[in-house]
Ligand binder design. Structure first.
Ligand SMILES: [Zn+2]
Ligand SMILES: [Zn+2]
Length: 246
């Protein structure tokens, strides 16, 4: 047993783990971060999605197909995958984590993300992880980068280095909330710079973020990384807004 596991066991006795979305105490804490009632409400994205952006399809009679958005505007990234829809339980947990400045919730959500079996994602094709960076101003307000906490757990599970200083946010952007896809793309354009092109060259990169909304942010990150010489960029997020596509 590692020191970390031992400390976790001891703290489980003193502070029994609470479900990340409600007040329920979890009886079987091994790898569980939600109580069973909340766990059942989560809509995991396991099949019937666009092979590029990962948007779930409501009905899929013709089997897997590329969605309308990706057909018209092919993203820079290769694949985007999310654990679950951004709704109910997951939404509550992310809010608690981001705005409640709760680092331990972040670590648990990272573990939850790392333990999810992304159905068609091959981690062995990738060489490093980059969390989507926050602008220094927002980082100071929040106290931590939520994407970095998620990336750390995935890096540990898949033995991939987390390079949080390779990509920087050079422009302070207003919140993307309330903007449509085109407005988001315009708002985020030019917001990121690669800090060290040499370290990006030829790499197969996984970008990590908490929520995929329209994909404007991660697509902009993928664009600058590819321009800097990265070979391939894909995206993993904890959750995604699921405007279901026909
Ligand atoms: Zn619960
Ligand atoms: Zn798509």
């Amino acid at each position: 047993m590692s020191l970390r596991e031992l400390l976790n066991d001891v703290s489980d006795i003193i502070f029994p783990p609470q479900c990340l979305a409600c007040v329920e105490i979890i009886n079987q804490p091994a790898k569980q971060v939600f109580c069973s009632t909340c766990q059942e409400k989560i809509s995991f994205i396991t099949d019937n999605f666009c092979p590029i952006c990962g948007v779930p399809f409501l009905v899929c009679p013709a089997g897997t197909h590329i969605c309308g958005n990706c057909l018209v505007n092919k993203p820079y990234y290769t694949q985007a995958r999310a654990v679950a829809g951004f709704e109910t339980v997951i939404m509550d947990a992310i809010h608690k984590f981001k705005y409640g400045r709760n680092v331990s919730t972040g670590n648990s959500l990272g573990l939850f993300m790392a333990n999810f079996s992304f159905p068609d994602f091959n981690f062995s094709e990738y060489s490093l992880l980059i969390p989507v960076p926050l602008h220094i101003k927002r980082l100071r307000d929040r106290g931590f980068n939520q994407s970095l906490l998620l990336a750390k757990e995935i890096g540990e599970k898949y033995n991939l280095p987390v390079k949080f200083s390779l990509l920087k946010r050079s422009k302070f952007t207003l919140t993307q909330t309330g903007l449509n896809k085109a407005e988001r793309e315009k708002n985020i354009k030019g917001a990121f710079v690669v800090a060290n092109r040499e370290k990006v060259k030829g790499e197969n990169i996984i970008l990590i973020d908490d929520v995929y909304t329209t994909g404007a942010t991660v697509n902009e990150c993928a664009k600058v990384l590819l321009k800097a010489g990265a070979q391939k960029v894909s995206v993993l997020t904890l959750s995604r807004v699921t405007q279901k596509q026909a």
